[in-house]
Design a protein around this ligand. Structure first.
Ligand SMILES: Nc1ncnc2c1ncn2[C@@H]1O[C@H](COP(=O)(O)OP(=O)(O)O)[C@@H](O)[C@H]1O
Ligand SMILES: [Mg+2]
Length: 275
C-alpha cells in the first residue's frame, strides 16, 4: 500500500491500527509475566495501562516496541500494521517501525551532561547520517524544529541548561519534545509521572492529552496511579498477573472492579488519593 493510500485509509482498516497484540505470552524462568494477552489500540487513542506492580505492564510495552521477544507459539504483535513479533521472533523491520514510536520512561532517559537542546536534537538522529549529529552539525531546519518542540512543551527557557540540572518535570517534558522532533506518530510511556511531584505529574499528563487530542498522536501510558488513568484517559486496560482483566471505558472502573484488579486493600488507598 502506498503511503498516501495509508494516510487516507478508512477508519477501522489495518492502517489505523496502532497496536494489535494477539495471544501474547512472555515467560521469565517459571514466571509468566504475560499470559495470553490480546489487545488492540487504534491510532489516535489514548489508553492507560494499569495494574498492580509486577502485573506485566512494562513487559507488554517492551514487547510492543520489539525491545523484548515474546514466547514462541501463536502470539503476534503488530504496530501500524507492520509485524513486530511473531512466533517468538522479532521482525527484521522493527527498527523502522520503532522509529515511528516515541518512548518515554520513568527515569527521563536524557543524557545528563548534554544540554536540553542537544537532548531534543537527538530525536532527529534517526533521519541524519551519524557523523553530522556527532559533530554537532545539525541542519538548521532541525534546530528550528527542536526549539519549536521545546516551546510547545513549555521548557524552551531551559534549552541551554544541562539536562541533569533540570527538575524531573522539566526533563520529562524534554523527553516528550525529543519524541516530537523524532516525528513520532504515537507515544508509549512507561510510568512517565511516577517520579514526579503532583503538579509536574499533572502537567505531563495534560501534555500527553493535548498531543493526543490536538495532534492525533496515539498514547499508551502505564500508570500505577489509578486516579490519573481515570482523569486523563478515556480507555483503560488493566492487567493482573499477566492477564487482561479489564478493557473498557475508564468510567466503568467502579470500586468493585478496582478491588478485583488491586485486591481488597485498594479501597482505602483509592479514596485516600481522591481526598
Ligand atoms: N528481565 C526480566 N527477568 C526476569 N523477570 C522479569 C523480567 N522483567 C520482568 N520480569 C518479571 O515479570 C513480571 C512482570 O514485570 P513487569 O512487566 O515489570 O510488571 P509491571 O511493569 O506491571 O510492574 C514480574 O514478576 C517481574 O518480576
Ligand atoms: Mg513497570
Amino acid at each position: 500500500m502506498s503511503s498516501s493510500a495509508a494516510a487516507t485509509a478508512a477508519p477501522g482498516s489495518l492502517a489505523t491500527s496502532l497496536v494489535l497484540a494477539r495471544d501474547v505470552s512472555k515467560t521469565f524462568g517459571q514466571r509468566k509475566a504475560l499470559d495470553g494477552v490480546s489487545v488492540s489500540v487504534a491510532c489516535g487513542e489514548m489508553v492507560a495501562l494499569i495494574g498492580p506492580s509486577g502485573s506485566g505492564k512494562s513487559t507488554l510495552l517492551r514487547s510492543i516496541t520489539g525491545l523484548q521477544s515474546i514466547d514462541g507459539g501463536k502470539g503476534t504483535i503488530s504496530v501500524f500494521g507492520q509485524t513486530v513479533q511473531s512466533n517468538g521472533r522479532v521482525a527484521g523491520t522493527v527498527r523502522a517501525t520503532r522509529s515511528r514510536l516515541g518512548m518515554i520512561f520513568q527515569q527521563f532517559n536524557l543524557v545528563g551532561r548534554l544540554s536540553l537542546f542537544s537532548n531534543v536534537m537527538l530525536g532527529a538522529l534517526g533521519r541524519l547520517p551519524g557523523w553530522r549529529g556527532a559533530l554537532g552539525l545539525w541542519p538548521s531546519a532541525d534546530k528550528t524544529r527542536a526549539m519549536q518542540a521545546l516551546h510547545r512543551v513549555g521548557v524552551s527557557d531551559y534549552a541551554a541548561q544541562r539536562a541533569n540540572t533540570l527538575s524531573g518535570g522539566q526533563q520529562q517534558r524534554g523527553a516528550i519534545a525529543r519524541a516530537l522532533v523524532q516525528g513520532a506518530e504515537a507515544i508509549l510511556a512507561d510510568e512517565p509521572v511516577a517520579s514526579l511531584d503532583p503538579v509536574s505529574a499533572r502537567k505531563v499528563m495534560e501534555l500527553l492529552v493535548e498531543l493526543n487530542k490536538r495532534d492525533g498522536l496515539g498514547v499508551i501510558v502505564t500508570l500505577h496511579q489509578v486516579d490519573y488513568a481515570i482523569r486523563y484517559c478515556d480507555r483503560v486496560v488493566a492487567l493482573k498477573a499477566g492477564k487482561v482483566v479489564y478493557d473498557g471505558p475508564s468510567t466503568g472502573l467502579d470500586t468493585a472492579r478496582l478491588i478485583d484488579i488491586y485486591g481488597p486493600e485498594f479501597e482505602d488507598a483509592f479514596w485516600e488519593t481522591k481526598a
